[in-house]
Design a protein around this ligand. Sequence first.
Ligand SMILES: Nc1ncnc2c1ncn2[C@@H]1O[C@H](COP(=O)(O)OP(=O)(O)OP(=O)(O)O)[C@@H](O)[C@H]1O
Ligand SMILES: [Mg+2]
Length: 301
Amino acid sequence: MPRFRYEDDDDAVVDPPLIRRRRRPARRQPPPPEPDVFVDEPEAGGVSLSTYAEATHGPRPVPDWVVASGNAVDTDRGPIKTGKEADVHLVERHDPASGQMSLLAAKRYRDAEHRLFHRDAGYLEGRRVRKSRETRAMANRTGLGRQLIAQQWAATEFATLGRLWSSGIAVPYPVQLDGTELLLEFIGTPDGTAAPRLAEIAAGRDELEALWVQCVEILQALGAAGYTHGDLSAFNVLVTDGRLVLIDLPQVVDIVINPQGVEFLARDCRNICTWFARHGVSEAEADELLALILAARPGRA
Ligand SMILES: Nc1ncnc2c1ncn2[C@@H]1O[C@H](COP(=O)(O)OP(=O)(O)OP(=O)(O)O)[C@@H](O)[C@H]1O
Ligand SMILES: [Mg+2]
């Protein structure tokens, strides 16, 4: 590079005058190919090492029954139910060293073409992901986009379950989140029989009355925490030992912040009251339930 000198000072060396070069426009690179989307096909009887160590964990205090050892082994004991948006399998996690064992419900959000994205449009609005490429992929429902949406649903349900569980609301404890798979506390009997859904039980009048009282308490507690289920029905409530447990909560609605929150709440009240009323519980009245929950909603005196 030539050196520039002042005329009166032979030793002074200065930088060359700043010449601003016009930047040649960067050649447009073709976008990198989307990574292949692999769908792990769950295999009944499949055995694998526990992923607990690498996964996101549920809220503290972690219950004693959670098998946390990195040497534990997971055995997929087959499907509990294939749903519209996810498959739920029974998984047995066993630590051979300590002999500790627990049953888990593995909810695997489907990202394949067959998944029904009926919930995506309204509920996903306003949720942001950092990278615009990802946002585009999601909007265009490409393979990557569908995978990301499925991951979002899984992450949202996991976070929601953690929040509700920590508030003492009857939901399964979320043990871990790993991509599109949630491992949840299994609601059922120790032999691996899943608890029936409310819609499936054959209960007498007294039992139904008791379940109704419990249902009101749970929905009031949920409302007091600021939420409504968003897709409440007798299919998303399990019954175990006379206890109700709410499940399937990825679309939980914030009834304080969401402008349509009260509408979602009213719909949830209607759905569950219609079911109880049809089964002979005359107190199940949607407007009354709605008023009760609204009265307990946070942000009200
Ligand atoms: N923690 C659990 N313990 C036992 N069984 C469970 C658990 N979670 C889910 N299930 C079973 O799996 C079914 C599907 O779960 P969930 O409702 O969360 O998924 P989904 O894909 O939304 O299903 P659907 O389309 O039927 O509503 C439930 O109806 C229930 O029978
Ligand atoms: Mg469901």
